[in-house]
Design a protein around this ligand. Structure first.
Ligand code: ZN
Length: 229
């Protein structure tokens, strides 16, 4: 199972028109083929067909671009996120969601957030075909169906919070560099919900008794920390 895919092979080969020229201008994408999930799995000795499930935090282009590298995988995502990605509302909707990246998905598994809670969040507690130790946690705000993915370890949890925050200082103290605040604001679909969810994540992260290790998609410090575990 993969959680998110990052950009995929075809995004690197043909960034235009797979990706939006607005984001290509705004972000300093490195577009290195060796950094795709496919290339990293191959270098670790796996075949693309070994990936049977992809669980997505959301369908933004920089999370879902590699879905097309794994045509046999079942793709799990919140139903509202796929609706938003198909509707592509507004200036940013057209640019963030790139249907060419996921239009060939043969098997979607879609979920509605449920009343069952996990540490105060609505959670989907059984993903089809996956162990019950893997949960989809509703973390809306950044996008309409944004979710985190929680994975049970022996006596603790890992929580991939996607883009619910983007820098560890937000999780620790609630503050972040000004440029990041503006970038987050551009893409928020529900700023109030994102801030509320982020505050609850902060509480969880700062409560050692909860035993939840939280990380996000875009923080190189968190990546280095987890890579050394
Ligand atoms: Zn995003």
């Amino acid at each position: 199972m993969l959680v998110d895919t990052g950009l995929g092979t075809e995004d690197i080969q043909r960034p235009v028109p797979r990706l939006s020229s607005t984001f290509l201008l705004m972000n300093n994408f490195q577009l290195r083929p060796q950094e795709t999930a496919l290339a990293q799995l191959k270098s670790a000795g796996y075949s693309p067909n070994d990936v049977r499930h992809i669980v997505l935090t959301h369908l933004d282009f920089d999370h879902a671009g590699g879905v097309s590298d794994f045509p046999h995988a079942t793709v799990h995502v919140m139903a509202e996120e796929l609706r938003a990605a198909k509707e592509r509302q507004g200036f940013w909707g057209v640019r963030r969601y790139r249907p060419v990246q996921w239009s060939r998905v043969a098997k979607w598994q879609l979920y509605e957030p449920q009343g069952e809670t996990w540490n105060g969040f609505q959670a989907v507690k059984q993903l089809k075909g996956l162990p019950s130790d893997i949960l989809l946690i509703s973390l809306i705000g950044h996008s309409r169906g944004h979710a985190g993915i929680a994975i049970r370890q022996s006596d603790s949890w890992l929580l991939h919070a996607g883009d619910a925050y983007v820098h560890h200082s937000e999780l620790q103290y609630g503050s972040v560099y000004p440029g990041i605040v503006e970038y987050q604001g551009l893409l928020d679909v529900d700023k109030k919900a994102r801030i509320q969810n982020q505050a609850r994540l902060r509480e969880l992260a700062n409560n050692p008794a909860a035993k939840v290790h939280i990380f996000c998609s875009h923080d190189p410090f968190e990546l280095a920390q987890l890579s050394n575990v």
